[in-house]
Design a protein around this ligand. Structure first.
Ligand code: SF4
Length: 85
């Protein structure tokens, strides 16, 4: 497990409570940005950061995580249980 940035999500009606980006796994492929540009952007080190954890619906949030080729995006539910990958 690499260095992980955790972003709290408190979107009403969402089952997702946290979006986590593993910075060591992220290779800057930007698939997540392509799927959910409202949620993600790349920082100066070409690593994904979450600029808004609440903007996307669950479907888009899961699709963005699933698009990551290195599975650098981890999703947890509101009880802290990992739901992806
Ligand atoms: S898709 Fe994965 S590897 Fe690519 S920028 Fe997003 S988190 Fe990083």
């Amino acid at each position: 497990m690499g260095k992980q940035d955790t972003y709290k999500r408190d979107k009403e009606g969402s089952e997702i409570g946290e979006i986590i980006v593993d910075r060591d796994l992220c290779i800057g492929a930007a698939s997540c940005v392509a799927v959910s540009g409202g949620t993600y952007e790349l920082d100066g080190e070409n690593k994904a950061i979450v600029k808004d954890a609440n903007v996307a619906d669950d479907e888009e949030t899961k699709a963005a995580a699933a698009s990551c080729p290195t599975k650098a995006i981890i999703l947890k539910d509101k009880q802290g249980k990992q739901i992806y990958p």
